[in-house]
Design a protein around this ligand. Sequence first.
Ligand code: 13P
Ligand code: SF4
Length: 343
Amino acid sequence: MPANPTPEAACGPEPLAFTPDVEARTAHIYERVRHVVPPFEWPVLAPDIDAINRLKRERNAVVLAHNYQTPGIYHGIADVVGDSLALARRASESDADVIVMCGVHFMAETAKLLNPGKTVLIPDADAGCSLASSITAADVRLLRERYPGAPVVSYVNTSAEVKAESDICCTSGNAVEIVESLGCDRVIFLPDEYLAKWVAGQTDVEIVSWAGHCEVHERFAGRDIHELRDSYPGLVVLAHPECPPDVLAEADFTGSTAAMAGYVDREKPRRVVMVTECSMSDNVAAAHPDVEFVRPCNLCPHMKRITLPKIRRLLERMEPRVEIDAGVAERARGAVERMLAVK
Ligand code: 13P
Ligand code: SF4
C-alpha cells in the first residue's frame, strides 16, 4: 500500500460524462428502475452502467449480483441475480471466461471454488460478513471434538477454510433439506445462531449451534414489527431467517431473499415490509409499482462496498482476483458440491 494513495485510489476512478449517446444507450435500462431511481440520479449512474456493459462484452465476463446490491447494479449490469443459493448454482453453470461477483467475499470464494479454472473478480476484496468472520477452521475442529460423530453443516456465509472443515454447506434457501439429507439424529449447524434456531423449529434433528449473528438482521426486534403493524394496517411482514427469533415469531412469512421476492411475485400483497437489507425492497419494488413497500431496513456495510465505479475499474484492471489455497479449495469444494447435489 503506497504511503500517499493517489486521489483515485482513495475515492474511485474519474467520473464519466453523461453524454447524449450514453443517455440513448441506457434509456431502456432506466425504464426498469424509474420507480426506484429518481431522474436526477440517472446521469450519475448511467455512464458507469454503459461502460461496464461494454467492458463485459470485451472481457467475456458474466456479472452475478446478490439481491442486496443497489438497483443500478442489480437492474443495470447484472446477468444473474438472486440469493446465495442461486448465485452458487449459476456460478457452476457459467461458460464465461470471467466471473464478477457483486456481493461479499464468501460469495466470490464460492464462485471460485466451483470454477477453479476461471478468473473470479470481486470489486472490493474487503467486502466481508459478520457471520463469516464469527468462526474459524480451528473452532470447527474443536466443535467436532466436542460432539464426536455429528456432521458439520456450514452456512455458505463462511470462509473457504471453514467450508473445508465441513461435511456439507447450506443456504437459507435449503437449510432444512440439507440437515435432513444427512440422516443423523444430531448435526452441528454453524455459524448463525438464529438460522439454526429457525431450522431446529422445522425438524426433529437435534441442532448444535454457534453464536454467530448477522450484524444487519440482528438489529431488528419483535417490537419493531408490532409498531409497524400498528402504523400500517394490513401490512404483510416478510422476514429473513437471520433475524432474531422474536422477529420471526411475528412474521407472516420467513424465507431467503429469493423466497421473499417470490412471495411478492406470487401473492402481490397490497402493502408489504421486507425485514432485511435495504436494497432488497428497492430491487423488488422496481418490478412491482402497485405494491406499497414499507421500508424500515438496515444497510449491510459490506454489500455497500460494491459500487458501479469500482466494478468499472475492476473490469478495466482485471483485479482484485479471488484466489484460494489449492488444498483448502479441494476440501471446501466438496462441501459446496454436496449441497448442490441435494438441492
Ligand atoms: P440469502 O441466501 O437469503 O440471499 O441471504 C444471504 C445473506 O444474508 C447474504 O448476506
Ligand atoms: Fe453478512 Fe449479514 Fe451482510 Fe449478509 S447482510 S453479508 S449475512 S453481514
